[in-house]
Write a protein that binds this ligand. Structure first.
Ligand SMILES: NC(=O)c1ccc[n+]([C@@H]2O[C@H](COP(=O)([O-])OP(=O)(O)OC[C@H]3O[C@@H](n4cnc5c(N)ncnc54)[C@H](OP(=O)(O)O)[C@@H]3O)[C@@H](O)[C@H]2O)c1
Length: 256
């Protein structure tokens, strides 16, 4: 076995910054990357949650940040520069969803979803890449998109969410093109339905559960752990020749 085969999924020499690490998918991703040996910086607004997860995982620290506030994003990166050192992986996972008819959704509500789900993804990626380029280091970005960045939902009105996630898919492609020459790969994961704070309303509603099961070719929502492989693949050397892609993990939802 060559070195590259042995170490294909190892992240033991990498430090990842994971956003939205206080609940749901962010906690799962942090745990999965940690199992592969990554050091971690966890961020979100709820500090107590971050503190708890940082205690659970080896080589993990945290810094609370409201990603809708540029000055807080700057503070977060200042913390990384001063307390952590080089960040070589960025998981842009934080997100919010507003479920509302487009006729009812205010411009401000729309703007605040796009601000967090898309503008902050750009702001984080730009600060990350700037540091890597200046330090002549290579790195990876994994953005969290959604099936609703690729296809319409038909049942759940999600104008701001769907457009922000469509933006994440395009931004992923564009940043991959601009930064390939620096050895920075940029990919995205587009999950289907997974239980989290964001989706608990759907999971506690029998009609919604039935709809998800009937509408999904694999006939069920995603289970805990079923996104780990996608994140580990895109974060590690296993995907060293992959950039600009959106890996869909949705039980077949988006192919129907
Ligand atoms: N669950 C699904 O089925 C599904 C499907 C497709 C895509 N996704 C995407 O997966 C990502 C994670 O969502 P989730 O399902 O795990 O939902 P979740 O449990 O609600 O997690 C959202 C995370 O984002 C953080 N966040 C929200 N607003 C923030 C802000 N202003 N500044 C910083 N952090 C903020 C939250 O932390 P604080 O509240 O502590 O700040 C939390 O950690 C999102 O991008 C979502 O769109 C989820």
């Amino acid at each position: 076995m060559t070195d590259i085969e042995e170490n294909l999924f190892s992240l033991s020499s990498e430090t990842f910054l994971v956003t939205g690490a206080s609940s749901g998918l962010g906690v799962e991703v942090a745990r999965a990357l940690s199992r592969q040996g990554a050091s971690l910086v966890l961020t979100a607004r709820r500090k107590e949650r971050l503190e708890q997860l940082a205690k659970e995982l080896p080589n993990a620290t945290y810094c609370a940040c409201d990603l809708s506030r540029p000055e807080e994003i700057d503070n977060l990166w200042r913390f990384c520069d001063q307390e952590v050192g080089a960040i070589t992986g960025l998981i842009n996972n934080a997100g919010v969803a507003v479920v509302q008819s487009a006729l009812e959704e205010s411009d401000d509500a729309y703007r605040s979803v796009v601000e967090l789900n898309l503008v902050s993804v750009f702001a984080m990626a730009r600060r990350f890449a700037r540091r890597l380029i200046d330090a002549e280091l290579h790195g990876v970005v994994v953005n969290v998109a959604s099936i609703f960045g690729l296809v319409g939902s038909g049942q759940v009105p999600l104008a701001s969410y769907a457009s922000s996630k469509g933006g994440v898919v395009s931004l992923t492609r564009e940043l991959a093109l601009q930064w390939a020459k620096y050895g920075i790969r940029v990919n995205a994961v587009a999950p289907g339905w997974f239980l989290s704070e964001m989706t608990e309303g759907m999971f506690s509603d029998e009609g919604a559960q039935r709809w998800i099961a009937q509408r999904t070719p694999l006939a069920r929502p995603g289970r805990q752990g079923e996104l780990d492989g996608a994140f580990i693949f895109l974060s590690s050397k296993a995907s060293s020749y992959v950039t600009g892609q959106t890996l869909v993990v949705d039980g077949g939802w988006s192919i129907l």
